[in-house]
Ligand binder design. Structure first.
Ligand code: 2AM
Ligand code: CA
Length: 268
């Protein structure tokens, strides 16, 4: 790939270091299905452990930077303008069910802007990374969003709300959305990791993705991947994305508008 910046190398090294333990943890999930404590506690422990390793490695390399992390929350750095946004395991439900579709997500935010992001699936060893103005890469290969232009050829990803996430009203809205999208597209997929969904849009595997109820660490790295791969990213209303907004709509340049329109029409 193009020359990686020192910060991107720091991120990749941290993720590779953390993946050693995470892979071992994942390998033990099967046995845990039958243990007394159950897999839920175990996955929480794996989340916390992975985040600690990432935090430790990143702090060693960049002692001044702050953090926004899924488990430990906000840690202010002495540099007020730079922080890492980390999701140690995006796709924890998959992890706990022994489905090898989860990833670490690390983004660098500088002066409020995301300037670099990586999404790393430690099992498939697919490493997606992007830096502002430098393009997006899968391992060492440049990636681009798909070029499909017709909704009826397109495959879209989404996240289905579940018990404990989203109100009854939000669940009903989601049913209307998939009703509308399934009627005009080639298919909908729900793999359970927003970070990987965005990475797959960047790689042109999905033609678009939408989801509500997300947190900044689910999407921070994925957003720069999609943008650097040539895709559009907004909230569901088509407005500029704020990471805190919780809703996201992304697709290639041909399909962003028709997908958004289909969703907004369905929500009425
Ligand atoms: P997680 O695996 O880190 O929890 C699946 O639809 C996506 O939603 C995943 O990226 C998942 O991240 C995220 N997710 C799961 N529960 C969530 C919650 N309560 N709030 C926000 N995001 C959640
Ligand atoms: Ca997550």
């Amino acid at each position: 790939m193009a020359l990686r910046s020192p910060n991107l190398n720091v991120m990749i090294r941290a993720a590779r270091e953390a993946s050693i333990k995470l892979k071992r943890d994942y390998g033990e999930v099967d046995q845990l299905q039958v243990s007394k404590k159950g897999p839920a506690d175990y996955v929480t422990a794996a989340d916390i452990r992975t985040e600690k390793i990432l935090r430790g490695e990143l702090t060693k390399a960049r002692p001044d930077y702050g953090f926004l992390m899924e488990e430990a929350g906000v840690v202010e750095g002495t540099d007020p303008d730079r922080r890492w946004i980390i999701d140690p395991i995006d796709g924890t439900t998959n992890f706990v069910h022994g489905i090898a579709h989860f990833a670490m997500s690390i983004a660098l935010q500088e002066h409020g802007r995301i300037t670099a992001g990586i999404v790393f699936n430690p099992i498939s060893e697919e490493l997606f990374c992007a830096e502002l103005g430098q393009g997006a890469y899968l391992n060492d290969r440049r990636i681009r969003v798909s070029s499909r232009g017709a909704m009826d050829n397109a495959v879209f990803a989404t996240g289905i709300p579940f018990m404990g996430r989203g109100s009854e009203g939000e669940h009903q809205t989601f049913l209307k959305e998939i009703g509308a999208v399934m009627a005009v597209s080639s298919g909908i997929r729900r793999f359970g990791s927003a970070a990987l969904d965005l990475a797959f849009v960047a790689a042109g595997r999905y033609d678009g993705f939408w989801e509500t109820g997300l947190q900044p660490w689910d999407i921070a790295a994925g957003v720069i991947l999609v943008r650097e791969a040539g895709g559009l990213v907004t909230d569901i209303q088509g407005r500029d994305l704020r990471l805190e907004a919780g809703s996201i709509l992304t697709a290639n340049r041909n399909l962003h508008q028709p997908l958004g329109q289909t969703l907004r029409q369905a929500r009425k």
